[in-house]
Design a protein around this ligand. Structure first.
Ligand SMILES: [Ca+2]
Length: 374
């Protein structure tokens, strides 16, 4: 069965409105396939550390990774005071914060205080507005207790092809008709991404992080890891925590947002069009990775180009402070992050969460490699 991202459902409910932004029409979706260290400067966070960790020298196409420091941050969307005239439209909300190019605010009419544990009551106060969608709240404190590694770019088509021998991408040519080797691979499901990560771990002499023995088919093609509506995939770490595996893996949702923020607290880590291939500048296509500005920790395209699968099942936030969260134990939808070439600033924010069926293979969804330090 074709999986439909929850986003479309949410869109139909009109949770976030922005009259000035292009409308994302699911029918226009170009889917053609069914189915505790101190932070270091980006220049210090090169692949050098990664090379010393591997049991053998990585091949040239092993992902370049940076060491993300341990730390604490506020995850999710927070309420802020906003001029009433700005509610419901795109507007510069705080020019003093140069990194904020524009924001979209809403008055949270869909947040029901009786059923919600979020901050809607605060958001509804006169003159206040909240940024983001209900599932981004409540904002809560997250501690990342150990440094980890994150690839500087999304996995490219060349990287996928060299390891998997296929190219499932929709955008296989760039604007001049040349092979889009350096564009991100897309039309990869969650299971496809996990198969790639396992293969990469095996190639580099690292533990495979996912037990995919219950999957059928070919990664990047028809690859089914569900049976009776239940995922047949488990993590190989004895503790059941994906972060306990030292091979290549998906980042947790918290790791992803922490890494994307890179110490910032706003909607974005830079002006949208300078950091991201998005609806307004993509010409309806992916683009070579690392051709927009990176964040302060040297990560490219955390916003835009393609959505990135995380390792977490979709679940509600709690207001409680947490350490190293890994998401719910079970589910059918995974969270992907960061928006893509096809989306506007309503979705292109560091706290935005997109829920998608694990089988989804869309031309705007890819992934990025993470790894726990041994
Ligand atoms: Ca991205």
């Amino acid at each position: 069965m074709k999986s439909i991202p929850l986003l479309w459902t949410v869109l139909s409910l009109g949770v976030v409105g922005c009259a000035n932004s292009p409308t994302v029409n699911p029918d226009s979706n170009p889917v053609t396939k069914d189915s505790d260290s101190e932070p270091k400067s980006p220049s210090d966070q090169t692949a050098k550390g990664e090379k010393s960790l591997a049991s053998k020298a990585p091949l040239p196409t092993s992902p370049q990774m940076v060491k993300i420091p341990a730390g604490r941050f506020v995850m999710g969307s927070t309420c802020r005071t906003a001029p009433k005239e700005d509610i419901g439209k795109s507007a510069p909300i705080n020019p003093a914060q140069a990194i904020l190019e524009a924001v979209v605010v809403g008055d949270c009419p869909q947040d029901d205080p009786k059923t919600s544990v979020d901050e809607s009551a605060v958001c509804k106060k006169e003159g206040q507005a909240c940024e983001g969608w209900r599932n981004e709240r409540p904002a809560h404190t997250v501690t990342i207790s150990r440094p980890f590694l994150m690839a500087t770019t999304e996995v490219t088509q060349k990287e996928w092809y060299e390891l998997m021998g296929s190219n499932p991408a929709q955008f296989t040519k760039d604007v001049s008709g040349k092979k889009a080797d350096s564009h991100p691979v897309e039309r990869v499901s969650l299971w496809d991404a996990m198969a790639y990560l396992n293969a990469l771990s095996v190639r580099d002499g690292l533990p495979a992080c996912y037990d995919l023995s219950g999957c059928k088919g070919t990664p990047g093609g028809v690859y089914d890891c569900m049976q009776g509506g239940q995922s047949q995939v488990s993590v190989t770490a004895a503790s059941g925590r994906p972060t306990a595996c030292t091979g290549y893996r998906l980042p947790t949702e918290a790791e992803w947002e922490y890494a994307a923020r890179a110490g910032t607290t706003g909607l974005l880590y830079g002006p949208l069009d300078r950091i991201a291939w998005n609806f307004s500048n993509s010409a309806n296509s992916t683009h070579p990775v690392a051709t927009k500005e990176p964040n302060a920790w040297g990560l490219y395209d955390m916003i835009g180009n393609v959505w990135e699968w995380t390792g977490d099942w979709d679940g509600k936030y709690s207001a409680d402070a947490v350490t190293d969260p890994v998401g719910p134990a079970l589910g059918s939808n995974r969270v992907s992050r960061g928006c893509s070439w096809h989306y506007t600033i309503d979705y292109c924010r560091v706290s935005f969460r997109m829920s998608a069926g694990a089988m989804s293979q869309f031309g705007h969804m890819g992934f990025r490699v993470a790894r726990s330090l041994p």
